[in-house]
Design a binder for this molecule. Structure first.
Ligand SMILES: [Zn+2]
Ligand SMILES: [Zn+2]
Length: 480
């Protein structure tokens, strides 16, 4: 690795990100854990007092959120006495506006659009005071720190449930309370996570399709309709994009090739295998069954909070890639409940590179080609020889002086500090380089000292000391 060049770009002061794993912690614990103990600087913390109407216990507070002067969908985490006491969102039908009901007391509101990915939450300290005469309206302006759109990368959560999942799960499997997020509000929830393409996949149900599509269209947002085809024997699949209301019906006797054929007939360009190694519900456990159909396109490498299932799925993916099976790796939340932040919509997520104007069609084609990375937060932009990105095939030229080598250029941006993480370059399943990371932005340039073979693939992954993934790119393939 002597020829490796590593350029730390900046070491701005560590600031807060209210990471999902930290929810439920006290504010003090939260702030200490993320290194946010300095209130000065970018984070204004105005103290605002609210009048309490004499006839009411609770005070109604209107919070208006904007970004770049435009109304912005946002998540509002309400803390009182160091405890998370409420999870609110701006309303999808009145963009950028949230109505909160607060009883008198001291609060900290953490307001965000894309917390942990493109910005830190903005903290507002306020006192709801029964004796005060001040108005009960508040406006905040959010600022993005990082902007993947500028790089042509668009965020999506390719596995997201709504309340339409609940009746279907009760009907098919007798499982209750499986989904509480209102179909229409899911659009604001996904925008509050700073996702660019709206996505819906309910268990064996397409009941939410129409309302979800209408809501996204009213907000002029691209959207993709799916369904989590949920079986007892063959695992779970997300086919997309489905024609609105086109149900791929679950029956206990149907086999994978039948599900896949039905999904393709219903318009699906992509069939995604969900949590492939989750005990009891993973399709990869059926790989030796004669009915196993390998003609899917996308694999959930990272599903919800990182666990062993994700680790072994990525290991399996490396093996499949080495066998020449070019499945696309994605990260998804598999969230069901908007007010429960143990799992967050958009964490992890997938960023897909789209040339030109963003449309659902272009987005799906790019995703199918693997021009994407999965992440729990860090943004990872990789190019090979200045002309190939993940999903592309880099054709190396031969000349009199020998074969063209491979140079990877990696740029990383991260809201939470990168300290303790390593960027690893994996060539065809073998780790060939590793770099310790720190701060919030890094740049790495690396020349492969060896000559790659046709069919080799380069992957960049970010892992911590316990080998938990924070990000994973799709391979850049080598051609001749
Ligand atoms: Zn599932
Ligand atoms: Zn699911």
């Amino acid at each position: 690795m002597d020829d490796a060049k590593r350029v730390p770009v900046l070491s701005r002061r560590a600031r807060a990100v209210a990471a999902a794993a930290l929810l439920g912690a006290t504010i003090a614990g939260l702030l200490a854990a993320v290194g946010f103990l300095e209130p000065e600087g970018l984070w204004e913390t105005p103290k605002i007092a609210w009048a309490q109407p004499p006839e009411s216990e609770e005070v109604s507070v209107v919070l208006r959120v904007a970004r770049g002067g435009e109304p912005a969908d946002a998540l509002i985490e309400v803390f009182r006495g160091g405890e998370l006491v409420g999870v609110e969102y701006t309303d999808v039908h009145t963009p950028g506006e949230a109505r909160l009901s607060l009883s008198p007391g001291e609060y900290s509101l953490y307001v965000s659009q894309g917390a942990g990915f493109t910005m830190e939450p903005l903290r507002l300290d306020l006192v709801v005071d029964p004796g005060s005469e001040t108005p009960r309206e508040l406006s905040v302006e959010l600022e993005k720190r990082f902007n993947p759109r500028r790089e042509g990368y668009y965020g999506v959560d390719l596995h997201a449930h709504s309340e339409a999942s609940a009746p279907a799960m009760e009907r098919d499997f007798g499982i209750r309370d499986h989904g509480s997020t209102p179909v229409d509000q899911l659009v604001a929830v996904q925008r509050a996570a700073d996702l660019d393409v709206m996505f819906l996949s309910d268990h064996n149900s397409v009941e939410g399709h129409r309302l979800f599509a209408q809501t996204a269209e009213a907000r002029k947002l691209p959207y993709v309709l799916s369904e989590e085809v949920t079986t007892l024997k063959w695992g779970h699949f997300n086919p997309y994009s489905l024609e609105p209301g086109a149900l791929v019906e679950y029956t206990p006797t149907k086999l994978p090739p039948e599900y896949f054929a039905e999904a393709r007939a219903a318009g699906a360009l992509i069939i995604q295998v969900n949590h492939p190694l989750d005990p009891g519900v993973g399709y990869f456990f059926a790989q030796n069954d004669p009915a196993y159909d390998p003609s899917f396109d996308v694999v959930e490498a990272l599903n919800g909070p990182f666990d062993d299932g994700d680790f072994y799925t990525v290991e399996r993916l490396f093996r499949l890639w080495n066998e020449g099976q070019r499945y696309v790796a994605v990260g998804v939340s598999d969230d069901h409940d908007w007010k429960d932040l143990a799992i967050r919509y958009g964490t992890p997520r997938t960023y897909v590179h789209v040339e030109g104007e963003l449309t659902a069609e272009r987005f799906l084609e790019s995703l199918k080609a693997g021009r994407a990375f999965a992440t729990y937060g860090p943004l990872v932009y990789v190019t090979a020889n200045g002309r190939a990105i993940p999903g592309d095939t880099l054709t190396l030229s031969d000349s009199d002086s020998g074969s063209e080598g491979v140079r990877l250029e990696i740029r990383i941006e991260s809201i939470s500090p990168l300290d303790g993480l390593r960027a690893e370059i994996v060539r065809s399943g073998r780790r060939v380089a590793a770099f310790e990371l720190s701060g919030h932005e890094e740049q790495i340039a690396w020349d492969d000292p060896e000559t790659p073979q046709e069919g080799d693939g380069y992957v960049v992954r970010l892992v911590d000391a316990e080998r938990r993934y924070r990000a994973l790119t799709n391979p850049i393939w080598i051609g001749r």
